[in-house]
Design a protein around this ligand. Structure first.
Ligand code: SF4
Length: 203
């Protein structure tokens, strides 16, 4: 079934009537979602289409906020939300807690997050033979991302006023796109390269 943006707004109205909350979250083509990509249930877009879709997604969230300000949350980088007005930051979903988490995959592999499903090189052990405590206390490989500082980011994130809070938003998506978790968030970088990133949020 094809869902339109108007359907999302109808859902928001229903959520308000039911006193429920809604989180609007785009599917990123990494981890488990790569299976959807392979099965053509989601498609990879070119740069222009990605920019249009990101804008449309956030603009729909803003319309949803106007309907139900206390019930809408959105998974998108804060700078891209705040360019429509600082009040909309209220719906920014929490940042990714990547510095404080580990994932155990179906076969016992330990990875920083679901990125381990599509990128086995990021796997740092297996619970069948390794100690999670050791891995946690002596991070190596991809897990060293825990120590990335905002100023270590490459690209627009290094100049963004939100970087201490946001920290690249989803560095697994950066890794998936650029092959390096220190690269900036692909959505923000695309906007920046197209001269569409809000200048007022740059240092
Ligand atoms: S540029 Fe980077 S730090 Fe700034 S909002 Fe986007 S992802 Fe977050």
């Amino acid at each position: 079934m094809k869902i339109t943006y108007d359907d999302i707004l109808n859902l928001v109205t229903l959520a308000r009537e039911l006193d429920s909350k809604i989180l609007l979250q785009p599917i990123l083509p990494l981890g488990r979602a790569k299976v959807l990509l392979k099965d053509k249930l989601i498609i990879k877009l070119n740069k222009d289409k990605t920019i249009n879709l990101v804008n449309k997604f956030i603009e729909t969230a803003i319309k949803a906020y106007e309907i139900y300000p206390d019930g809408i949350f959105i998974h998108a980088p804060p700078a891209l939300i705040a360019r429509y007005g600082l009040k909309y930051l209220k719906m920014a979903h929490r940042k990714c807690p990547y510095k404080n988490m580990l994932a155990v995959l179906w076969d016992g592999s330990i990875a920083p997050c679901a990125i381990g499903i599509s990128h086995p090189e990021t796997i740092i052990g297996n619970i069948k033979k390794d100690s999670i405590i050791d891995i946690w206390l002596h991070p190596k490989g991809y897990l060293a991302m825990r120590y990335v500082k905002p100023e270590d980011f490459i690209g627009v994130c290094s100049r963004c006023i939100f970087n201490k809070y946001c920290a690249g938003f989803c560095i697994a998506y950066s890794y998936e796109t650029y092959g390096d978790y220190k690269f900036s968030n692909p959505y923000c970088q695309l906007m920046y390269d197209a001269d569409l990133f809000p200048r007022e949020f740059l240092l």
